[in-house]
Ligand binder design. Structure first.
Ligand code: KIV
Length: 263
């Protein structure tokens, strides 16, 4: 296990782990100064590519964006999603995870669980590919959104799944949209950190889709807090530019790229 991964695990019970998504170098460079983990998530499907779910993102998409993000990072741990259908069995998962990690030099891959895939996690870890698990609402597998862990029985099932992922060797687990009750129990029972999204403050860390918190994605469910309104900042700038072009105020003389003076 590399030292960056060990550093993340050692934060459990000491300090909250902070994580955000990035799909490009420019955003990654800013995140790198602040967050512990940068995730190249398959959420890029909706956020960047305008798809209605994450299913059409392929390994090449993830590799291209992870390479871009890597160029912006010096400090943060870089985790990239393995897209849907790229880890159907242990052998395929290894082939694809190896390609992803060797091309992008990311530190780890994230795979979603569907109350299975434990053997896949175990195989990747054995082959020295660190894995972040993902439980609760797992968009690659669940057709309909549902908050998970609403009954005692459901909480026990989530706990069982989380423990199996830990046992398989994952170094952390994203808990997406599980109830605070479930988050509290899972976080207490596991030795590895839980990273919550829509799963209360009881997790060891938090992750959000950066475009959501910047107010740039148009997707703002209750669990997202908008820390900025980039939509309106961009709108204002584009409006001003349009006006200035029409009024011939831009480009101004100061923007000219002057060549030699002709007589
Ligand atoms: O794809 C993604 O961005 C994710 C986060 C929402 C955890 O998986």
């Amino acid at each position: 296990m590399n030292s960056n991964i060990r550093k993340i695990i050692s934060k459990k019970n000491k300090t909250k782990i902070v994580s955000l998504t990035a799909y490009s170098k420019s955003i990654a460079k800013i995140l790198d100064r602040h967050v512990d983990i940068v995730l190249v998530g398959d959420s890029m499907a909706q956020v960047l590519y305008g798809h209605k779910n994450t299913h059409k993102i392929n390994l090449k998409n993830i590799i291209d964006h992870t390479m871009s993000v890597k160029r912006g990072l010096k400090n943060s741990l870089l985790v990239a999603d393995l897209p849907k259908n790229t880890y159907l069995d242990a052998k395929t998962a290894f082939k694809n995870a190896k390609l992803l990690t060797s091309k992008t030099k990311c530190d780890a891959v994230k795979i979603e669980s569907n109350k299975k895939n434990y053997n896949i996690i175990q195989h990747l870890v054995k082959k020295n590919i660190p894995v972040m698990g993902h439980i609760g609402y797992t968009p690659q597998f669940k057709k309909k959104f549902k908050i998970e862990g609403q009954t005692k029985n459901e909480i026990l099932k989530i706990l069982e799944e989380a423990k199996a992922i830990e046992q398989a060797g994952a170094f952390s687990i994203v808990c997406e949209c599980i109830t605070p009750q479930a988050a509290k129990i899972v976080t207490k029972e596991l030795k590895i950190p839980t990273i919550g999204i829509g799963s209360s403050m009881f997790c060891d860390g938090q992750v959000l889709v950066t475009d959501d918190l910047l107010g740039f994605s148009g997707f703002y469910p209750k669990f997202v807090k908008k820390y900025a309104n980039l939509d309106s900042v961009i709108e204002k700038a584009v409006k001003k530019y349009t006006r200035e072009v029409k009024l011939k105020k831009f480009p101004a003389k100061s923007n000219f790229l002057n060549g030699p003076k002709f007589k």
